[in-house]
Ligand binder design. Structure first.
Ligand SMILES: C[S@@+](CC[C@H](N)C(=O)[O-])C[C@H]1O[C@@H](n2cnc3c(N)ncnc32)[C@H](O)[C@@H]1O
Length: 283
């Protein structure tokens, strides 16, 4: 049995998996997703991070973390499905298989080398089918494009890039760097990611949530970037992306889910972002 301790390569990746695992057990339907892989991964740990989630499922911080985690995955899953794109690049993949399950084309999973090694061990132990190609890259360092090329990224194929629960752990400059590198993908490629509003743009519930997470988990994996919607837009455009659409998390979650779960708070903190590589303009 494994434990969540100081040697865990990414506690936030495990807690994200636990949130996805807990959602169908803790929340009333209609569910946003049903991540049985995450449940299998949690069962490798003692105590199980899933039991921890379920033990305090309605605590406001726990519930908000869970809803954010499943809302971003469901949002990305919908856009990936609608796009019809044939190559998927999952940035900061952690232990997530939810966005790639059932994807028909090539999937590349980027994360730090230690996290990818841990992911491979856990996936094998849990008997999960994971066809993603690991791409070891620390996004605070140069070398992403070379690593993707070496791993077999088809640079001529329009690609869906998904980066969930990642942008806050990188600086503005590091986020600009990976966005700029990937904007060289062919027109039709898209990126989906989430970003946290700064306190000044969040509501009281969002500010309280951010303060609680920072106090509890800020040491190992601290937050570095909480851009306003304008900053997200400018960052994407300066990095070569266009057609930027920003959706508030609460609007991305179907009304029927909120109605079935009246105890959950629709906090204003998380922005769900979608942008595309546009064709070159012709004069
Ligand atoms: C909150 S977890 C999210 C994992 C996954 N995307 C999910 O939604 O379950 C953040 C992930 O970002 C990865 N990450 C953070 N900093 C990174 C960096 N500098 N380079 C590559 N990956 C990084 C972590 O290793 C971790 O897997």
């Amino acid at each position: 049995m494994r434990t969540l301790d100081a040697s865990t390569p990414s506690p936030t990746a495990l807690l994200s998996a636990a949130a996805r695992a807990a959602h169908p057990l803790a929340d009333q339907p209609p569910h946003l997703l049903n991540d049985t892989d995450a449940q299998a991964l949690c069962s490798l740990f003692e105590p199980s991070p899933l039991s921890y989630q379920l033990g305090a499922a309605q605590h406001p911080i726990m519930a908000a973390a869970r809803i954010s985690t499943v809302a971003r995955s469901a949002f990305a899953g919908r856009l990936i499905g609608d796009s019809g794109l044939g190559q998927l690049l999952v940035m900061g993949a952690g232990l997530d298989t939810s966005v790639s399950t059932g994807f028909g084309g090539r999937v590349l999973a980027v994360d730090r080398p230690d996290v990818l090694g841990w992911r491979a061990e856990l996936v094998a132990e849990a008997g999960i089918e994971d066809a993603s190609i690991p791409v070891a890259a620390d996004l605070t360092e140069p070398g992403l494009v070379d690593a993707l090329g070496a791993a077999g990224l088809d640079a001529t194929a329009p690609t869906a890039v998904v980066a969930l629960g990642l942008s806050m752990y990188l600086t503005a400059a590091d986020n600009r760097a990976w966005l700029t590198a990937l904007s060289c993908l062919p027109p039709g490629s898209m990126v989906v990611f989430d970003a946290l509003l700064p306190d000044v743009d969040a509501d009281e519930a969002g500010r309280g949530y951010a303060a609680a997470i920072t106090a509890n988990a800020g040491g190992r994996e601290p937050w570095h970037w909480r851009p306003s919607a304008d900053e997200v837009d400018m960052t994407l455009k300066a990095s070569g992306w266009g057609s930027v659409a920003i959706t508030a998390e609460s609007d991305a979650v179907p009304a029927a889910f909120w109605q079935a779960n009246p105890g959950l708070v629709r906090q204003r903190l998380v922005q769900l972002i979608h942008a595309q590589v546009l064709p070159p303009t012709t004069l």
